[in-house]
Design a protein around this ligand. Structure first.
Ligand code: NAD
Length: 357
């Protein structure tokens, strides 16, 4: 890392970074709290085998910042936080690791509330919940709402339809060629919505089991090679795996008029690739806007949970997407910048409210 951790925190506006280590269970975790203007920092815990600890720190910093803007644009009274646990998901998961991690979360007294993310699931949250109440996404039988992925997928589907309306004048996806990259938790639910509407769905995943699961559920989907996916003709590219897939190299090849997917941090560099997408005439639905369904769902666990109300709130992503795409057009700024502008305005407004009696 060329810059110090504090340089990164200052540039991105972070409040706090917590390092958690437990040699007994093999836990190495980083909890990043970006901004608590709107409320406690809520964000999932990602388990990933980073090549270096520095990579884990940068990921925690970027992801937690995204959560601040995601909550802000979704009208939630929550701040932005995220945690990463460094390790191989197939080897390090244990009751001891989750419970020790739960104690670290608890030591923050509710300033950070955790949830699921890549490689973590409801049963893991169950162990965390043995040590802290500051956890969401716990199984239904424990009073939680279970897996948030169906709501994330619903929100992505809504945002995708809004982008289709902007691109083609109507939001119907029947007959549209949609490529879903990553058919994990969210990707598979998204494929379900798309198949139900009659879209021509192509899928790719580095995990053969996930491809098989998807093919078993939805016989008509076409499996494509991930290495050459940007050579394919498609109407919509839906990144649902990891971030930074929208970069200089991929944009040069892209033939799709719309990008709308669940992954966090889709643009490798928003200041470079946001404008590049406008130049190429590609409609991009900002990631933190379109993938907020899961957050909207877990946030509801903090109040009296009501599935119908959550569904209605997630469906509002449709209108919000149209609004942001219109603002992007009107002010000639890229869509990510337009969404950031609206989110930042809400943060400033509420900071002003909080500063007064
Ligand atoms: P997941 O781990 O269940 O699924 C991700 C899938 O992507 C896996 O099947 C994996 O094998 C595949 N994958 C990884 N690298 C790939 C590559 N290079 N090419 C093709 N496939 C690849 O995760 P998820 O919960 O479905 O989340 C997907 C994305 O959406 C992540 O970026 C996550 O941060 C984001 N997201 C998820 C939620 C949620 O509710 N789960 C909410 C908001 C954002």
């Amino acid at each position: 890392m060329q810059q110090s951790v504090f340089d990164h925190m200052q540039q991105m506006g972070h409040e706090q970074l917590v390092f958690c280590h437990d040699p007994h269970s093999g836990l190495n975790a980083i909890i990043a709290i970006h901004n608590t203007t709107l409320g406690p920092a809520l964000g999932g815990t990602r388990l990933w085998n980073y090549n270096t600890h520095e990579e884990g720190i940068i990921d925690a910093l970027r992801l937690s910042r995204g959560m601040t803007y995601k909550a802000a644009i979704s009208g939630l009274n929550l701040g932005g936080g995220k945690a990463v646990i460094i390790g191989d998901a197939s080897k390090i998961k244990s009751e001891a690791l989750w419970r020790r991690y739960g104690k670290f979360v608890n030591s923050l007294n509710g300033k950070y509330i955790t949830a699921e993310d890549v490689n973590t699931s409801a049963p893991d949250m169950e162990y965390i919940a043995m040590e802290t109440s500051h956890v969401t996404g716990v199984p239904e039988y424990m009073g939680g709402s279970g897996d948030p992925s169906p709501f994330t997928a619903l929100g992505v589907y809504m945002g995708m339809k809004a982008a289709a309306k902007k691109a083609w004048g109507n939001d119907g996806l029947a007959g549209k060629k949609v490529l879903v990259q990553g058919v994990g938790h969210v990707g598979q639910y998204l494929v379900g919505h798309l198949v139900a509407e009659g879209a021509k769905v192509m899928v790719t995943d580095i995990n053969k089991d996930k491809i098989k699961q998807t093919k078993d559920k939805f016989h008509n989907v076409e499996v494509v090679d991930g290495d050459t996916l940007f050579d394919l003709e498609m109407d919509i590219y839906a990144p649902c795996a990891l971030g930074a897939t929208v970069n200089t190299e991929s944009i040069a090849k892209m033939k799709c008029p719309v990008i709308a997917g669940a992954a966090n941090n889709q643009l490798a560099d928003e200041n470079v690739h946001g404008p590049m997408l406008i130049e190429k005439g590609i409609i991009y639905v900002p990631d933190f806007l379109i993938n907020a369904g899961g957050l909207i769902n877990v946030a509801a666990e903090l109040e009296e949970y009501n599935r119908e109300r959550v569904t209605g709130n997630v469906e509002k992503i449709y209108g919000r997407t149209l609004e942001i795409l219109e603002l992007s057009d009107r002010e000639k700024i890229h869509a990510q910048a337009a969404a950031m502008k609206i989110a930042q305005k809400r943060l400033n407004d509420i900071a002003n409210v909080n500063a007064r009696l």
